[in-house]
Design a protein around this ligand. Sequence first.
Ligand code: NAD
Length: 426
Amino acid sequence: MDSIFDDAQSRLTEVFSRIDLPDDVRERLAHPKRSLTVSIPVRMDDGSLKVFTGHRVQFDDTRGPTKGGIRFHPDVTLDEVTSLSFWMTIKCAIMGLPFGGAKGGVVVNPKNLSLLEVERLSRGYVRAIADIIGPKRDIPAPDVYTNSTIMGWMADEYSTIRREQLPAVITGKPVHLNGSLGRESATGRGALHILDQWAELQGINPKETTVAIQGFGNAGYHFARLAFQHGYKIVAVSDSKGAIYTERGLHPDSVMEHKRQYQELKAIYCDTSVCETGDFTTFSNEELVTMKVDVLVLAALENVITIDNADRIQAKTILEIANGPITSQADAILNQHDITVLPDVLANAGGVTVSYFEWVQNRAGLYWEEEEVNERLAKFMRREAGHIFKRAEKEETTLRTAAYLHGVERIAGAIQERGTREYFTG
Ligand code: NAD
């Protein structure tokens, strides 16, 4: 299947075969509500003008204003952004958040731009989409290669356009600019709740569990840091340049410290104040994905496990922190091999959940302690995971299908309450 969106939609086939829903629901979930493509002219540092392409897709707003991140990446396409907005719709419903789903993206390699050029691009993107976003319409957030600083510039640009302070238009902002404590680590923390809850259910001891992580960015790093604190043994991590492995286990903070300083991954073990470079092996991202570990964490991009490598996966459990890292065909193969997939729409929902908390705090003008944010996050993640794990067991299906059933039922409920053919024809 060439289109990511077609592949994403194919997941609904099994869902609709298991629950009896009006055709209206299927029809509504097959089409994004609005897709906007824009040109963003940016004055470069050398004085030249460069025009970048951006997209914002609002998939469905039946359950509330749409919500979803903004990605800066050279491979961004409308097809990808549409799929991501569809997954956001399902995810917000799974978590019971009062949001629909959206996503944005700009076709750019931000690593080739200066910081000032990134700021001009970020502000230009907001000017281009300002008519369709807003605290009660569509609320963006960070995603791949965007961060809290960029969200701060974007919120500032939007408030300038609207001539009033509207921090709730964007989440994932810096804490000093009305961001929420705990947002930065929320995706990794939420994913760890899901893995922990699954481990408890299966009687798995974290201290005897080896973990490999693809993607050592915001989500992957915070997951690694917190999982390490919980006793999991992180044996391998990778970024876009390659992977490192060491049997004795990595110290995520030391690896990150080295990466920040030297722009490369290096295996370092730091305990108290003494750091030493451990023996480590460098290898490719593909090798990391197929290596023998207990848990494989995918925290980079989509389409990592496909029909081409699914047969070679050796991990017993896969935690999807990235959106859409496993294709539907690959999913079927993993299922045949009894590999458990903790699905993206649940496992990475910690980010949007704390984004919701940030939006609530911005609108109330009352800010919470970090402990309160983390406690509420734990409650949301564990509550929804509990429903999904039970449902998968009861209906003898995969965790992904159980998660989709859980979310689609909530969306369907909202669509039905607004009226369907059955309602209008009596
Ligand atoms: P990020 O930009 O902070 O990090 C991405 C990481 O992936 C970087 O370390 C990069 O080097 C690495 N990477 C890129 N291409 C790679 C490749 N081919 N092989 C291995 N590593 C590669 O982005 P992020 O915010 O951490 O997002 C990562 C994934 O998690 C994305 O799929 C994103 O949609 C998803 N996600 C993020 C959040 C969030 O709050 N940040 C929330 C939900 C889902």
